[in-house]
Design a binder for this molecule. Structure first.
Ligand SMILES: C[S@@+](CC[C@H](N)C(=O)[O-])C[C@H]1O[C@@H](n2cnc3c(N)ncnc32)[C@H](O)[C@@H]1O
Length: 256
């Protein structure tokens, strides 16, 4: 790894500390940004579980990292040769970390403050979209997936969500009778668990799907799962959204 000559270890240590606390533990030339992370060496430990499923050579490709946080995945995508990487996040403090991490690792990455709900403003599709660890932080998770499909997904989507509940998946049927209520009680039924107050001391955790629900939401938004390399991670291809699906915001047509 080459570092800009101007950034010595002491300067990296000082600036990393000033930008903390970090959620992403990134190795900046021996300086670890979150060495005491409650999930261990995170997200490197997560990345090791699915890195093999992502194209090894991204030369010439464009990548959008939604909810980029401290920039760990944006940097990994740049290291795989992506021509353009754009990281967006709603939190300016995390973006400042990401900009510094990119500078310290010598990666040319653009970072911009933007909410997933405002993706339409980009006016651009990307070959690879990362939507990792964001879904359960949203009050409107299916809308976010619809908007990704509608506005920015060009081909591949890498999706990750915390999951709780059963890992069973019920076979998908076309319809159910009104008086058939038992399927709703089955652990394998798609369930999105609502968190009214806090989960893991975090009041931004709103909706946590079980496995069946994560997969159903992806399908319903027009993403076909092509690989499931790690329990929480899905590699998907953008396909036509099923009938009745699609983004409802901003409303189309512009009528009164
Ligand atoms: C758990 S972190 C996941 C970070 C990274 N993607 C990963 O997988 O390690 C969630 C990130 O999503 C960002 N976020 C939350 N709501 C968002 C929104 N509406 N639009 C964009 N980013 C959002 C947070 O600021 C935070 O950086």
């Amino acid at each position: 790894m080459t570092f800009p000559a101007s950034l010595g270890v002491e300067e990296i240590r000082r600036r990393a500390a000033a930008l903390g606390p970090w959620f992403h533990n990134i190795d900046l030339g021996g300086v670890r940004t979150a060495p005491d992370h409650f999930l261990g060496d995170y997200p490197a430990v997560k990345w090791r579980g699915f890195a093999h499923a992502i194209p090894a050579d991204l030369t010439g490709r464009s990548v959008l990292d939604i909810g980029c946080n401290g920039g760990f995945y944006s940097i990994e995508m740049k290291r795989r040769g992506a021509a353009r990487v754009l990281g967006i996040d709603s939190d300016e403090d995390y973006l400042a970390q990401a900009r510094f991490a990119a500078e310290a690792t010598g990666c040319d990455i653009e970072f911009r403050r933007l909410s997933v709900y405002d993706l339409g403003a980009l006016g651009e599709r990307f070959d690879l979209v990362l939507f990792m660890g964001v879904l359960y932080h949203l009050r409107h998770p299916l809308l976010a997936l619809d908007l990704i499909h509608e506005h920015v997904a060009g081909d591949l989507l890498v999706f990750q969500s915390m999951q709780r509940g059963s890992a069973e998946v019920a076979p998908l049927r076309e319809d159910y009778d009104f008086f058939e209520t038992a399927p709703f009680d089955a652990p394998a039924w798609p369930k999105l668990h609502f968190v009214e107050r806090r989960y893991a001391h975090d009041q931004t955790n709103w909706w946590v799907p079980n496995r069946a629900c994560a997969e159903a939401m992806l399908r319903s938004a027009g993403f076909a799962v092509t690989a499931h390399p790690e329990p929480e991670v899905y590699l998907c291809r953008r396909v036509a959204a099923p009938e009745g699906g699609g983004a409802v915001y901003p409303a189309r047509g512009g009528g009164a």
